[in-house]
Design a protein around this ligand. Sequence first.
Ligand SMILES: *Cc1c(COP(=O)(O)O)cnc(C)c1O
Length: 387
Amino acid sequence: MSDVFMHTYHRLPMTFTQGQGAWLTDTAGKRYLDFTAGIAVNCLGHGHPKVVQALADQAARLIHVSNYYQSDVSRAFAEQLVRACAPVGLQRVFLANSGAEANEGACKIARKYSLKKYGPGRHSIVTLKGSFHGRTITTLSATGQDKFHQDFGPFTEGFRFVPPGDLNALEQGLDKTITAGFLLEAVQGESGILPQKDEYIRRAAELCADRDILLMFDEIQCGLGRTGTFLACEAYGVKPDLVTLAKGLSAGVPVGAVLAGEKTAEVFEAGDHGSTFGGNPLAAAAGLAVLEIVNNPEFLAAIVRKGQRIQDTLKAWHHPKIKAVRGRGLMIGVDITTEAWNILEAAAAQGLLILSAGAHTLRFLPPYIITDEEIDLGLELLKKVLD
Ligand SMILES: *Cc1c(COP(=O)(O)O)cnc(C)c1O
């Protein structure tokens, strides 16, 4: 192991040099079935011909142009993205490079919206315990998990946490005299694939609307078709004021997006925000390919069907080491009786890549293009490991 990297990751020993579909190949030529998709990033798998072609063409034409000029491909991408998010009332987009950066942008919009309308002091953002919103100082401040808060204070002021699913706590927590926004994941990813209940989201939307608190969904992991609807919040029938996307949006090229609804579309004015790389032509070209494929009812229906296949299979095993299986679409959590990290390592040795989400939960985020045969094969490998 080289020491040139800072020791921020528990890296497994495999070195991957190639990928095709749901498969990765290491330097020894060994193949691995990928149930992680680079943590929900390679949503179309590896080497998808449309993504590769779009990137190759765009790289040859123009990789980057400053946001002080127009780009045909960046504009086309923004138009398609806004169109895909229009069913929940979103109207405009700001393009960034990552999830944390998208969440930072959303928080800035919430603060300015509230400041302009109500004056200073109403800048708090309520988030959920167990949430994950990123690694910058502000998005760490928004993240409701103490384990991320060691050693890095002082944090950005004004974030308050409520326990998920608790309507009384929410009612209290959304104090309209101090609160600008409520930021949440429709399905919490890092803390164990925990979907919010319908009733909770519906009530949150009502409270936010009544109190003019912005309803902000972090869909960085659960959005973009992952749960079977283009945006996960669509399934709850609510109209968010802000939605953030990143991870799978450009199939592996860094990108992030803040989408704004009617209340928030015009909050940012010239000079308020920016990002050198944000939505550059290369990321936009890949993003266009993703949207063209993913924002399609049949494609989304297949995500639901494949996710159901995984859940049905796991449940049918009645395996003594599996305590619970849950999820939406191809975002699945499996609570187990043993250490998740040990299973993850043993599965990798068998040629199956999976993730964990907490100490005792396995997490599957396979690429959308995974086949039924690959699902069955991956689950067989998992069963062998669990046995
Ligand atoms: C991954 C993730 C982020 C952070 O995204 P980065 O691109 O790593 O900055 C934020 N929120 C959620 C829900 C995520 O899953």
